[in-house]
Design a protein around this ligand. Sequence first.
Ligand code: AKG
Length: 258
Amino acid sequence: MTLKAEYTKHGFILSSGVFSEEEVERALTLCADLPRSQRAKQNNRNLQRIQPLQRVTEFKDPQWINNFYQAPRLKQLLSSLFTDVITPTPDMSRDYQITGLLIEPLDRDWSTGLHRDYRDLVPNLDVDLWWQTNQDYRCFNQLNIPLFPDHCLWVIPGSHSRPDSRLESQLVDRRSEFLNPRDVPNASSDVEPTQDELEKKLIELGAVQIKANPGDVILYRSSLLHCGIYSKETRRMTLHDGVYSKQWHEYVLKTFAQ
Ligand SMILES: O=C(O)CCC(=O)C(=O)O
């Protein structure tokens, strides 16, 4: 099966060793202090995402982002899958820059819960238009680039090209229950589900946990049913971005422009 056929079928690819050790080291050096500074700035020890990096004043070298994405093996990977796409966020509009850094919370585990981006994250979305746009696979593609070993992402292979099953839909509906751990102050219940239960449910639904190493790239459709599970015990620094296209940009303009 070609890489493109694999991506089209499963909705994700783990590509090993796209970035060299030196490139990862450079990224780590530039990003090393961001978790500390942003947790302090936002007074939130459990911050799990710094985004967009382009707007973080403590981020010393925003131009590096563009250089980083010029890595020959990344270009090769993307050009074997797409034509007419661009990464990181093109200079179309600052408002749609999503270059981010995913980090571990310090005090408690956290998860995104099972979801499809846009459909489950944007209130009152035109779901028919989103689904129709999803048929164009130049839209709704994202990247995780771990700088430390990263086992946080779970995906349900193939779910990007079909509707939810009844059980998937039930788990998506319970998303908010899995965002916080049991020991969060003011939790409404002392029997909230744990991350272990979430993992068990994901396995029942056929989800796979992606185990990536520094310098690997996980490319996935953001319309895929997916879930990030973050452990406070495990250091996470994963660059997170999209693969963009004219078609994607038209969609966001139509959907979000006032
Ligand atoms: O933490 C992750 O790897 C998943 C992030 C995620 O779900 C998203 O950005 O849509």
